[in-house]
Design a protein around this ligand. Sequence first.
Ligand code: DSN
Length: 412
Amino acid sequence: MALKEKDPEVFSLIEKELQRQRDMVALIASENYAPEEVLEATGSVLTNKYSEGYPGKRYYAGNEFIDQIETIAIERAKKLFGMPCANVQAHSGSSANFEAYRAIMEDGDTFMGMRLDQGGHLTHGSPVNFSGQIYKVVSYSVEQDTEVIDYDKLMEQAKEAKPKMIVCGYTAYPRTVEFGKFREIADACGASLLCDISHIAGLIAGGAHMPAGPYADVITTTTHKSLRGPRGAIILAKEELCKAVNKGVFPGSQGGPLEHVIAAKAVCFQNAMQPEFKEYAAQIVKNAKALAKAINDHGFRLVSGGTDNHLILVDVKSKGINGKVAQDSLELAGIICNRNTIPYDTEKPFIGSGIRLGTPAVTTRGMKEAEMKEIADLFAKALENTENEDALSKVRAEAKQLMDKFPLYPNL
Ligand code: DSN
């Protein structure tokens, strides 16, 4: 209880945040609740140690145990995702992509990535990000009518663009990423294939999405989303890219690794190898499908008509509301999610016409299909009452009642 005594101001805000997490319905598709063992490793004395370099080759003394921990994390990551090489030091998903791109491309090379407003990520070639500034970007999109990727069209586009690298894996794409088709496209134009599996890593680990390992040259992923680990990232690569990836991380772009986070990553990988995690991953998808159906039954249009994974993109414009108003009203109603552009959106990204929802966190709480129906009812009630603060407060009380049935961190 040192923190409470030494810094009651920060302590009390952390306590309030814990209560907020307990009370509200967490539907941000990229968030989750890390288990206590992951929190424990993240908050451990490993934060005290400098360990630039890699196991067996450090620039500072005293790394006997750190080396063992990082080696465990590396071996577990390789096994979990079926790749021969793993770097577990990347601080974040964006850093991991920066480091992986540098291992594959030279400045000025061309790569293909999904447009940000169609479901890609800033690091997949946005002009305001390093990826759109250091490299030439040929963006690809989903089809306007189906809102899914047309792989034949993508093949033609790639043959013409002849990119050095193709990035697949998204932040707002509710459908399966066909890694095998991406491999064929990459091979047809001589490109490397980078699979950014940040959102679906937990589904892949638990067998609820096709694996990327057999198809990718490089995989990047954050560890805190559906994988349910600490905030951070890893890079996995084919043998021939291993050295370039490691050099790109250190000394290429990072200094001292966060060994407390690396220990927590090791714990998370161990968890993800257990049979219970398979059940968890399958339930995430079942819950997403149930939530999608129930929201659609309330008359909301869903981008691409539904979901295959953990994520739903709701076109709230189909009910005459914009994304910003919807997000703010839902927050007042105790439902936390984010506004998002939908493909071919007519609203600016700051407003958006969509709401992105995901089920990894509520599934961790132990919720199943029946609760998804309840959440959909609360969602609809909130969006029918965007200008009625009393009604929104009532929904918030109902949301809290529901969350109270699924206790979070009872030991904290
Ligand atoms: N912020 C993440 C997400 O919400 O998808 C991507 O970096």
